[in-house]
Design a protein around this ligand. Structure first.
Ligand SMILES: NC(=O)c1ccc[n+]([C@@H]2O[C@H](COP(=O)([O-])OP(=O)(O)OC[C@H]3O[C@@H](n4cnc5c(N)ncnc54)[C@H](OP(=O)(O)O)[C@@H]3O)[C@@H](O)[C@H]2O)c1
Length: 157
């Protein structure tokens, strides 16, 4: 299978990439390193990445940021970091990436434990994770060509 791993050089991504490397063709994407560069906060950049990768069997995203800070200090601008990067970045990967997947392909997104077990300073990060969970449950109902959409909610790594 040809698998695109966005964030494949990151803490979690490195292990995931090493696992799939055994029996698959891996394409790693990141802002500063990888086989292709992309900033998932920018949909033009996502389009350019898929033009370079061509058709794929699977897309895995293990990337995306959100601002951590005390609730009293989080500004509107701070919330937009998570909304543009981790939330809409992954929504746009699905929206655009589905057209580059072969039939029965798979898309896997990343969130995290904060969606269900928030701690202080995570109003933005937890909100974004929860939003992605709801998005995946709804969008998975409408994907065509046998394409599967899942999200992995990691614990602390
Ligand atoms: N580590 C944990 O304990 C944990 C727990 C739960 C959830 N998560 C979530 O899992 C994801 C990965 O976490 P991690 O700890 O592996 O992070 P990490 O070590 O910082 O790695 C993130 C990777 O994603 C790339 N990246 C970051 N922002 C990007 C963007 N806007 N566009 C494209 N690539 C981008 C980075 O490469 P460049 O810098 O080159 O862009 C890097 O390779 C994050 O969304 C994080 O919130 C992590």
């Amino acid at each position: 299978m040809k698998i695109l791993i966005i964030g494949g050089n990151g803490t979690i991504g490195k292990t995931v990439a090493a696992h799939f490397k055994e029996n698959n063709e891996i394409v790693i994407a990141g802002r500063n390193s990888g086989d292709v560069t992309v900033d998932i906060a920018d949909s033009h950049s996502i389009n350019e990445m898929f033009e370079k990768t061509g058709k794929l069997d699977a897309i895995i995203c293990i990337a995306g940021e959100a601002k951590w800070a005390d609730f009293k200090d989080l500004t509107e601008k701070d919330y937009y970091i998570g909304l543009k990067s981790k939330l809409m970045g992954q929504v746009n990967l699905v929206r655009i990436g589905k057209d580059y997947l072969n039939s029965n392909g798979s898309i896997t997104l990343s969130t995290g434990i904060l969606a269900d077990d928030p701690v202080v300073q995570t109003a933005s990060a937890a909100m974004v994770n929860g939003g992605i969970h709801s998005f995946v449950q709804a969008a998975a109902l409408e994907l065509e060509n046998g394409i599967r959409l899942n999200v992995v909610s990691s614990g602390m790594v």
